[in-house]
Design a binder for this molecule. Structure first.
Ligand SMILES: [Cu+2]
Length: 583
């Protein structure tokens, strides 16, 4: 064989090196950076609304630290449970966990609760830019304050669909003076004790219970708040320059409250919802339900010699909580100058037509992935309030969800059938069910069955609202799906009927992970079961989920690979793992 000349040899070597370089670069691009966070979860004293209470914090902070990453990055969160008597988990709300369903942070679904003193490693990719948050998903720990913001920026070199000069976060929540243990026990007692309305609304973990920032401007018996400025409950003031555009990232992690947010004298342009771009539209205020996120653009085009209120107020339930307030400060003047006009008035709580008008405006930006034109399976989910053995519960198609002690991801993957009800809950409900009256048969079953979806199946879910147990009322619920976005195909009043699908929007339905269902109405969603794992789909109102308002979807669980053993070593699986070790 004739040897290659040294020149050709060199060229070949060089080519090899270049290819190797390109390959490494591509690998780097596809892998992104790994961002490390160390989270110690604990109970601590805090004064979220100027009254001292025990709150859940992370690394001594409440709300928890803001996580910031770029699309394509891998987040590695080392979570240590520093609670002395209970487990914990953290759910990364809006992150789809492709390939890592065990990192979804949902106790009893994707993992075992992390025991006191133990450490768990969450490792997952944030594959899409957008506004997200994280929160506890065990018992009612979110209500206790276990939450924080999670912001994913575009990968370097990519451009947003809109321009802005600066940005800030508004993480919205509601706050009770009763501990979550008192709340949980009340909800599962006979007689039932409801949690009632929150004492305060918090903006970035800050509210004022015993005073009002706007006492001199509104009708109130509360005294004017006085701050030196270093109090934990002093409002978080947002400083802006005149004539600039700001992106405000808003997330609602409320336990119960549906909120309306407004900024005095300023318009808001909605541009993002749940991590997806939407067709921009301009409003005076936005409605935001628990589990939702939005980005709005604010142009600071008002009188720069004034400061302005940012206000949040309760909608959808008769409010008994004062507005949450903070100040938008034009840097041209001092931040301590209070606005001279009253805060924006929150729209009437039960003006549902106004709420619907806002919600219907949220449509996908052109270029957003369109829904498949047909579905393979339709699941109609009727929510009812029931009495089960004297306990007040929420049920879906007459099954009230009770989470098992063995996480579904493990029991399904390893065929531990005794771990949950192997009988699937029904795909529909009785056709003659009267949604306008309280349930005539108010008994229902407590269950842990799952809906098994075929891989890549297109699933339609029609959420159907109805009357509550006593009296004539139908409540707002906001439903959140783990592991996916869904297209919101439409909303309607009354009972969903055959033919209503003709009203579906298949042209530009918004992609979201949370959708509201209005009183006595229905909401239609479509998603593709393309993410192997087990995923909760539930009402994001914390006490409602606690009372059984959710279902479980399992899809292609056999395709899930590389589940860390510590995610699943509890309940019946602990024995399986121990036996394997010794067997
Ligand atoms: Cu609900």
């Amino acid at each position: 064989m004739v040897p290659l000349s040294p020149l050709i040899n060199n060229i070949m070597r060089l080519r090899g090196e270049i290819l190797c370089c390109i390959w490494l670069c591509l690998l780097q691009l596809s892998l992104g950076a790994v961002r490390h966070y160390k989270f110690d979860v604990e109970y601590m004293y805090g004064e979220p609304d100027c009254q001292e209470h025990v709150v859940m914090g992370i690394n001594g902070q409440f709300p928890g630290p803001t996580i910031r990453a770029e699309a394509g990055d891998t987040l590695h969160v080392i979570l240590t449970n520093k609670l002395s008597t209970e487990g914990t988990v953290i759910h990364w709300h809006g992150i789809r966990q492709y390939g890592t369903p065990w990192a979804d942070g949902t106790a009893s679904v994707s993992q075992c609760a992390i025991a006191p003193g133990e450490t768990f490693h969450y490792r997952f990719k944030v594959e899409r830019a957008g506004t997200y948050f994280y929160h506890g998903h065990y018992g009612m720990q979110r209500t206790a304050g276990l939450y924080g913001s999670l912001i994913v920026d575009l990968a370097e070199g990519k451009k947003e669909a809109f321009h802005y000069d600066g940005e800030f976060n508004l993480l919205l929540s509601d706050w009770w003076h009763k501990t979550i243990h008192q709340q949980e026990v009340g909800l599962s007692s006979i007689p039932f004790r409801w949690i009632n309305e929150p004492q305060s609304l918090l903006i970035n973990g800050r509210g004022q219970y015993n005073c009002s920032l706007a006492a001199n401007l509104v009708k109130t018996t509360l005294p004017q708040c006085k701050f030196r400025g270093n109090e934990q409950c002093a409002p978080h003031i947002f400083h802006v320059h005149p004539n600039k555009t700001y992106r405000i990232r808003i997330a609602s992690t409320t336990s119960l409250a549906s909120l309306n947010l407004a900024i005095g004298d300023h318009k808001l342009v909605v541009v993002e919802a749940d991590g997806n771009y939407v067709q921009p539209f301009t409003v005076d205020d936005i409605d935001i339900y628990s589990g939702e996120t939005y980005s709005v653009l604010l142009t600071t085009n008002q009188d720069p010699k004034k400061n302005y209120w940012i206000s949040i107020g309760v909608r959808g339930r008769k409010p008994n909580t004062p507005q949450g307030l903070t100040i938008l400060n034009y840097k041209t003047i001092s931040a301590s100058v209070f606005p001279t006009s009253p805060p924006p008035i929150t729209p009437q709580w039960n003006d549902y037509n106004r709420s619907k008008a806002f919600t219907y405006k949220v449509l996908a930006l052109e270029g957003t992935e369109k829904p498949p034109q047909h579905y393979d399976r339709r699941i109609l989910l009727l929510n009812t309030q029931n009495l089960v053995g004297g306990f007040t519960r929420w049920a879906i198609n007459n099954v009230s969800l009770a989470l098992p002690s063995t996480p579904y991801l493990g029991s399904i993957k390893f065929n531990v059938n005794a771990a949950f009800d192997t009988k699937s809950p029904p795909d529909t409900f009785s056709e003659d069910y009267d949604i306008y009256n309280p349930p005539s048969n108010n008994n229902s079953n407590i269950g842990s069955g799952v809906y098994t979806l075929q891989f890549n199946q297109v699933v339609d879910v029609i959420l159907q609202n109805a009357n509550v147990l006593s009296g004539k009322n139908s409540e707002i619920h906001s439903w959140h799906l783990h592991g996916h976005d869904f297209w919101v195909l439409g909303y309607g009043d009354g009972k969903f009927e055959q033919g209503d699908e003709r009203k579906f929007n298949l042209k530009n339905p918004p992609l979201r992970n949370t959708a509201v269902i209005f009183p006595y109405g229905w909401t239609a969603l479509r998603f593709k079961a393309d993410n192997p794992g087990v995923w909760a789909f539930h009402c994001h109102i914390e006490p409602h989920l606690y009372m059984g308002m959710g279902v479980i979807f399992a899809e292609a669980v056999q395709n899930v690979k590389r589940i860390p053993r510590e995610a699943l070593a509890c309940g019946l699986l602990r024995k399986v793992f121990i036996n394997k070790k010794h067997g």
